[in-house]
Design a protein around this ligand. Structure first.
Ligand code: PMP
Length: 295
């Protein structure tokens, strides 16, 4: 469960019990999906609980607010400190941290004058990593960038993700892979996508996807390991004959793909570029020294 009788969260300047927290049923966020959030992980490292890419996540939270005109005045250092306080008050190390910026009561279709901030956390076990996903190409496209701000992590956008994941599960798959409005591969409902062919990694460019912080980390790992990486659009047909693929995201971390629309990958996951990146990622989040990284 996400909370119990002892859980403490941060709400508008105060640390209170989750069971004592209330919200207003007239909030614009509840009615119209007009709010902004983040998904952040902390890992219990040999140096204590460490929030991975905290600055990047809170900068994206602020950027998301800006993009959809939600006024938000917290600064990043303050938000990071609050998050560590929440972890400490709940005695958590390996956790998922959820900041949510939501709006005051307002039934109009205009930006709110007042917004609220909630930051909560729940326990989340360390890296699992070994399972592989069976994906299907979703019948749901990612939202059109001419309709919404796709690069913002807005609550209402996740209806699209819920529809896609639910459809995938009903069809007997683990997860969906979604196309953009032009029929190119875009991303998963909550993770970015990479595939490998002939020693090169490919991933869709920014524009029709959420600019994932894990995606950026993967790109940096590729640079570090001199793995050739190309950001380009490609169609589902071009996935035929790929060697391997993976999804990546704060929650998913790096997760290998077994099949796409029941078609298997050419390489075994353990032999793929993704498996190497997965190993490096694991060491980075746990703050292990580079010498500990076995590639
Ligand atoms: N795409 C979507 C639609 C997502 O919801 C997420 C998760 N935030 C990602 C990609 C991955 O982003 P990140 O690596 O920043 O968690």
């Amino acid at each position: 469960m996400y909370y119990n009788a002892n859980t403490i969260l941060f709400l508008n300047g105060k640390y209170i019990k989750a069971t004592d927290a209330t919200t207003d049923l007239y909030s614009q966020t509840l009615h119209y999906g007009y709010g902004v959030f983040e998904g952040i992980r902390s890992y219990e490292t040999s140096n204590g609980a460490k929030i991975f890419k905290a600055v990047e996540h809170f900068e994206r939270l602020k950027k998301s607010c800006e993009l959809v005109n939600i006024p938000f005045n917290y600064d990043t250092d303050e938000l990071i400190q609050i998050s560590y306080n929440v972890l400490k008050k709940n005695n958590m190390g390996d956790a998922y941290i959820r900041p949510l910026v939501y709006c005051s009561p307002n039934m109009q279709l205009q930006a709110p004058k007042e917004v609220y901030l909630m930051i909560c956390a729940w326990e989340w076990g360390k890296y699992l990593g070994d399972s592989l996903l069976n994906l299907c190409i979703s019948s749901y496209q990612r939202p059109n960038p001419n309709s919404v701000k796709v690069e913002a992590k807005v609550t209402g956008h996740y209806i699209n993700s819920i529809l896609a994941t639910s459809e995938a599960k009903v069809r007997g798959f683990d997860e969906a892979l979604m196309l953009d409005m032009n029929g190119n591969i875009a991303e998963g409902p909550g993770a970015n996508f990479f595939c490998e062919k002939d020693g090169v990694l490919y991933t869709p460019p920014l524009g029709h996807i959420l600019p994932g912080i894990t995606r950026e980390t993967v790109i940096n790992i590729c640079r570090e390991l001199e793995i050739p990486l190309v950001e380009k659009y490609f169609t589902p047909e071009e996935l035929e004959g790929i060697d391997s693929a993976f999804m990546c995201g704060t929650a998913a971390e790096i997760i290998g793909i077994n099949t796409i629309d029941a078609r298997p990958m050419k390489k075994k996951w353990k032999e793929s570029l993704g498996a190497t990146i997965q190993e490096v990622y694991k060491n980075i989040v746990l703050e292990k020294s580079y010498a500990d990284i076995i590639i």
